[in-house]
Design a protein around this ligand. Structure first.
Ligand SMILES: NC(=O)c1ccc[n+]([C@@H]2O[C@H](COP(=O)([O-])OP(=O)(O)OC[C@H]3O[C@@H](n4cnc5c(N)ncnc54)[C@H](O)[C@@H]3O)[C@@H](O)[C@H]2O)c1
Ligand SMILES: [Zn+2]
Length: 399
C-alpha cells in the first residue's frame, strides 16, 4: 500500500497602489479630475455613477450637467445613506446596475459619490463583481474625507453587527473636494472632527494646536474659508504658517497621518494600531447609545476617557488632560456620557475589543499630546478611576 504525500504551495504577492487626490470644485465643468480614470475612447460604454440620495438632491443637477457637458453616456443610481440600510441587499442592487450598464472590466470604473455608508456599499459591490473591479470614490462628508478616504476597507452591516461582511479592496482613486462640506450639517462636521481630534492626540501635536486655535472657526465656516480670522484659542497652539490655508492643512495633515499609519499595516495583520485610539471602549458603547451618539462623538468620548487612563499612569500631566478636554469642548464634541462613567459597561466594552484584538488589550493611549504607546495590563481599578474622573465632567444636573 502506498499513500500519496504530495503537497503544493502557492505564494504570490499583490502590489497595492491607489491614490488620494485633492481637488477643488470637482463638479465645475472645466475640472477634468472626475473623469481622469475613465476611458471613453470609442467604447460607447455607459458610465455608472452612484450617488448618495442627499448628494443627488443637492448636487444632482450639477453632476448631470457636468457629465452631459463632457458627453458621457451615464447611468446615475441614487443610493440611501442611512446606516440601517447598509445591507447586502443594496450591494446586490449595485451589482445588478453593473450588469445593466454592461461595464467593461477595467475601462469604466464605477464612480461613487457620497458619505461613508454608500461608499462602503459600492466598494463591497465592486470587490465582488467579476471578483473585483476598480472603482473611484468621492467622499462628501468630513469623516469620509479624512478617514474613509485612506482606508482599503469596504463593508455592510449584517445580523446586527457593524461591517460584519466586507473586504479589503481599495479604490483606484479617491478624490478629495472639501467644497462638498459647504452643505454638510454642522453636527456631521463635528462628527468628522472626532476622527481628526483622535489623529492629533496620538500623532500630530501641530494638528492639535491647529484644532485648539481654529477648530471651532473651521466648523463654523464649514471648512470653506481660506483662513478663519483669529481662531478660537482653547489652549493657544502654534500659529498657522503665514499665508497657509488652514482648512487644507487640517484635512491634509489628518489624511497624511492616516496614510502613514495604514500603509505599513493595510490588512491589519498587526493588531497594535495607534489609529485605534478612541476605538477601544467606544464601539460597544456607541451601539448601546444608538441613535444618540454619532461615531465621531463616541470616538471623542473614548479619547477623553483614555486620556484619564494615561494621566493615571503618569504619562500625561493634569494640564495636558485639561487641554484635551477644552479642545474637545471647543469642537462641540461631548466630553461626558453616563456610559463612559459606568465601570461595568466600560469593562464589557473592553472585553469585546480584546476579542477583536485576538486576546490582547493592545490599548493605544497617549504618551504625550501627539504621541501614543500601548498598554496590555489595564486593570478594572484603573477603569474605575478613569470613570470617576470622567464623572467629574458631568454637567451639574446630571451628577
Ligand atoms: N471603509 C472604512 O474604512 C470606513 C472608515 C470610517 C467609516 N466608515 C463607515 O462610514 C460610515 C459613516 O460615514 P459618514 O460619517 O460619512 O456617514 P453617512 O454616509 O451616513 O453620511 C452622513 C449624512 O450626511 C449626508 N451627506 C453626505 N454628504 C453630504 C454633503 N456634502 N452635504 C450634505 N449632506 C451630506 C448623508 O446623506 C447622510 O445623511 C459608517 O457606516 C462607517 O462604518 C468606513
Ligand atoms: Zn472611527
Amino acid at each position: 500500500m502506498t499513500s500519496s504525500s504530495a503537497k503544493w504551495e502557492v505564494r504570490a504577492e499583490l502590489p497595492i497602489h491607489y491614490e488620494i487626490e485633492e481637488t477643488l470644485d470637482l463638479l465645475s465643468v472645466d475640472n477634468p479630475t472626475l473623469l481622469g480614470s475613465v476611458d471613453r475612447a470609442g467604447t460607447g460604454a455607459t458610465q455608472l455613477v452612484l450617488v448618495d440620495t442627499t448628494i443627488d438632491r443637492l448636487y444632482g443637477d450639477r453632476l448631470r450637467a457636468y457629465l452631459e457637458y463632457h458627453r458621457v453616456r451615464y447611468h446615475l443610481m441614487p443610493l440611501p445613506s442611512a446606516e440601517e440600510q447598509k445591507t447586502i441587499d443594496l450591494v446586490l442592487a449595485v451589482a445588478s446596475a453593473m450588469n445593466e450598464v454592461k461595464a467593461f472590466r477595467v475601462r469604466n470604473p464605477p464612480i461613487a459619490i457620497g458619505g461613508g455608508v454608500m461608499l462602503d456599499i459600492v466598494g463591497l459591490a465592486a470587490s465582488l463583481y467579476r471578483r473585483g473591479i476598480p472603482y473611484i470614490r468621492v467622499p462628501t462628508t468630513l469623516l469620509g474625507l479624512v478617514d474613509v478616504s485612506v482606508a482599503a476597507k469596504t463593508g455592510v452591516n449584517f445580523e446586527g453587527f457593524r461591517n460584519r461582511l466586507g473586504s479589503y479592496s481599495p479604490p483606484l482613486r479617491t478624490l478629495i473636494d472639501r467644497s462638498f462640506l459647504a452643505t454638510l450639517p454642522r453636527r456631521q462636521l463635528r462628527n468628522g472632527m472626532g476622527e481628526i481630534f483622535k489623529m492629533a492626540l496620538i500623532k500630530d501635536v501641530r494638528l492639535f494646536g491647529l484644532l485648539e486655535r481654529y477648530g471651532a472657526a473651521l466648523i463654523e465656516g464649514r471648512f470653506q474659508d481660506a483662513a478663519p480670522p483669529g481662531g478660537t484659542a482653547a489652549g493657544g497652539g502654534p500659529p498657522a504658517r503665514v499665508g497657509s490655508n488652514v482648512a487644507d492643512e487640517v484635512i491634509g495633515r489628518a489624511i497624511q497621518g492616516m496614510v502613514e499609519e495604514l500603509q505599513p499595516n493595510l490588512w491589519e495583520k498587526k493588531l497594535e494600531r495607534s489609529v485605534d485610539y478612541g476605538h477601544s471602549f467606544s464601539p460597544l458603547l456607541e451601539m448601546r447609545a444608538l441613535p444618540e451618539l454619532y461615531h465621531g462623538e463616541a470616538v471623542a468620548l473614548d479619547c477623553v476617557f483614555s486620556a484619564f487612563l494615561a494621566e493615571h499612569r503618569g504619562f500625561l500631566e493634569p494640564e495636558d488632560v485639561h487641554r484635551v478636554v477644552a479642545c474637545a469642548r471647543s469642537l462641540g464634541l461631548p466630553v461626558w456620557h453616563p456610559l463612559f462613567c459606568d465601570p461595568d459597561a466600560l469593562g464589557e466594552a473592553l472585553a469585546d475589543t480584546v476579542r477583536h484584538r485576538n486576546g490582547d488589550q493592545n490599548l493605544p493611549v497617549m504618551a504625550a499630546i501627539g504621541s501614543a504607546r500601548f498598554l496590555n495590563d489595564v486593570t478594572p481599578a484603573e477603569i474605575e478611576a478613569a470613570a470617576a474622573a470622567m464623572a467629574e465632567l458631568a454637567p451639574v444636573g446630571a451628577r
